[in-house]
Design a protein around this ligand. Structure first.
Ligand SMILES: Cc1ncc(COP(=O)(O)O)c(C=O)c1O
Length: 555
């Protein structure tokens, strides 16, 4: 080897080492930017989920899985069977119809299975069967097939912002306005023009595209970001829900791994470092609802194994985080997408952009915007919304959808958007946070005064129930609440969604019933507590049960 060759050889070697050190550093930064929970590690959580064995408790263990003494187990048993008798009498027809339909509707089978931690499922299903049918709605209530009227805390997955009667009116009036056209798709009904104008005003963005669901709107926003930046990866934050499309749901629940998604730690400096240093990031997806529980997944009672659920909304801190994200995205030409499918039109008329004082490049809306009908919308900057390149005619960003811009949806949406322009709507949004914060504080004060180990946390009208003392039975509260005439969605106390037409009297009735339900649950011994019972010991017990089951099978 002559001197020059040797030099070149060392040069290449040094460059290779430098490259791998840089790659390693980036890899390390990425690891540091993940939230330490399992939800922060999508691949690992999918892998581990495959090892969780099914096992369940017989009736004895069901009442004493926290090693409560027999006297407490007996109180629980009595309470449980009293509740069971009440359910079977009061909801007889609704339960009957649900059971019959469940065999044929796979969604019902799923939601029915995931109402409580799986160890308790069999006994609960036998004695507290689901009643998943309703026949009418009015004011802030829904009525089941047995004629029981309950206060609606489901919010129809967040769609119901203005009250069911408003949407009934919007759907009816809207249908009348487009009846002449009927189901014609392809060409538009002229109503779309006003919708577009109003959406541009509200979002402060240049263009609009219409889709059939929030999931599809998010798909399109991400696809556009990838197309225009020519980069591969999307960044989402740990726990955030953006619909059920694979790339935004990379962990448990998606059978296929997502290869081009980074799931990062919310509100963290390490995440900003990744955005500053990686060159393959097309967009950052924000679901502002995460402000209530950064890095936490959508809270569901089926994962309420202990009392570890926590939530706290700090508006200033989250606004500050969004501002910092905005600055990094601007600097790095990363598309900032606000997914306002849930919170848009709920927390403020101008949505999360107005509420937090931060502008996004693309915004997705859905749910309530359809005026009661299915919808997904993307609003964005002109340069990002364009689906073809003037100088490369074959390089397009394809997006269709048979039912997009359906005349009936456009008409109901028009009713919704026009209503938002009225002084009446202004009045609804005025003082919204004060109203809901006060209501939450009042309820919490009553619960605390009675030493009930429950409290609520809220982001405006979106609430979650937290538990202040270690217990394995918090998920039972959903059944006591239903017995008091409060209608909850299948995720139980994880999410209570109020429509904004709740009057003080309506809310007072809900608060009274909530307290009565929690008292009954306390009376029945479910919140029995001993110093040995901590969230840690609960989790350890469950882990041991799982390992035993995995190693030795059913015994
Ligand atoms: C923030 C967010 N994005 C997207 C979606 C998906 O919307 P859809 O259920 O209409 O597909 C949801 C639904 O809950 C959502 O909350």
């Amino acid at each position: 080897m002559d001197g020059n060759t040797t030099l070149a050889f060392y040069g290449i070697g040094a460059a290779a080492v430098a490259t791998s050190v840089a790659t390693l550093k980036k890899r390390l930064q990425l690891s540091q930017a993940k939230h330490r929970s399992l939800a922060g590690h999508a691949r690992m959580s999918r892998w581990l989920a495959g090892f969780v064995p099914f096992y369940d408790y017989d009736e004895d263990r069901f009442f004493s899985s926290d090693e409560a003494p027999e006297e407490i187990a007996a109180r629980r048993r009595n309470g449980f069977h009293r509740l069971s008798a009440l359910y079977k009498a009061r909801f007889a027809e609704t339960i009957k119809q649900t059971a019959a339909a469940s065999e044929k509707i796979s969604d019902l089978q799923f939601t029915d299975a995931y109402r409580v931690p799986f160890q308790y499922r069999r006994v609960v299903q036998a004695h507290l069967p689901s009643a998943a049918f309703v026949q009418s709605s009015s004011g802030v209530t829904v009525t089941d097939l047995d004629g029981n009227r309950g206060y609606d805390l489901t919010g129809s997955y967040g769609v119901n912002v203005l009250g069911y009667d408003f949407y009934k009116g919007a759907m009816e009036r809207g249908a009348a306005r487009v009846r002449e056209l009927g189901p014609v798709l392809g060409p538009y009904h002229p109503l779309i023009v006003e919708n577009t104008k109003l959406l541009k005003q509200i979002s402060g963005l240049d263009e609009v595209s219409f889709h059939m669901s929030g999931t599809e709107a998010v798909m399109q926003a991400v696809r556009l970001a990838r197309y225009h930046t020519k980069r591969s990866h999307l960044v989402r934050f740990c726990g955030a829900y953006h619909g059920w499309w694979g790339d935004v749901q990379p962990g448990v629940g998606n059978p296929v791994p997502a290869h081009e998604t980074y799931t990062l730690n919310d509100m963290s400096e390490d995440a900003l470092r990744v955005l500053r240093t990686r060159h393959n990031i097309a967009c950052v997806l924000i679901n502002p609802l995460q402000a209530l529980h950064p890095n936490g997944s959508a809270p569901s009672d089926s994962s309420l194994l202990d009392s570890g659920r926590s939530a706290h909304f700090d508006k200033d801190a989250y606004a500050e985080w969004l501002k910092r994200l905005r600055a990094v995205c601007t600097k790095r030409n990363i598309v900032l997408i606000f997914d306002e499918v849930f919170v848009g039109f709920r927390i403020a008329k101008g949505g999360a952009q107005d509420y937090f004082g931060v502008r996004a490049d693309l915004v997705t809306y859905g749910k309530t915007l359809g005026g009661g009908l299915p919808i997904g919308v993307v609003c964005g900057r002109h340069d990002l919304m364009k689906r073809f390149r003037d100088d490369r005619p074959a390089d397009i960003c394809f997006a269709r959808g048979t039912f997009n811009s359906h005349p009936y949806v456009m008409a109901a949406m028009n009713e919704f958007l026009r209503y938002l322009q009225t002084p009446e709507a202004d009045a609804i949004y005025r003082d919204l946070d004060q109203i809901w914060d006060r209501r939450a504080a009042q309820l919490n004060a009553r619960l605390a005064a009675q030493s009930l180990p429950v409290e609520v946390a809220n982001l405006s009208s979106i609430w979650t129930v937290c538990y202040t003392q270690p217990s394995r039975y918090n998920w039972m509260l959903q059944y006591y609440l239903r017995a008091e005439g409060l209608a909850l969605s299948w995720i139980g106390t994880g999410r209570l969604i109020f429509s904004l037409n709740y009057s003080e009297a309506d809310f007072a009735a809900v608060a009274d019933r909530f307290v009565v339900a929690a008292e009954a649950m306390q009376q029945d011994g479910w919140w029995w507590h001993s110093p040995a019972l901590t969230n840690k010991t609960i989790r350890r017990t469950i882990l041991k049960e799982m390992i035993r089951r995995r190693l030795f099978g059913p015994r």
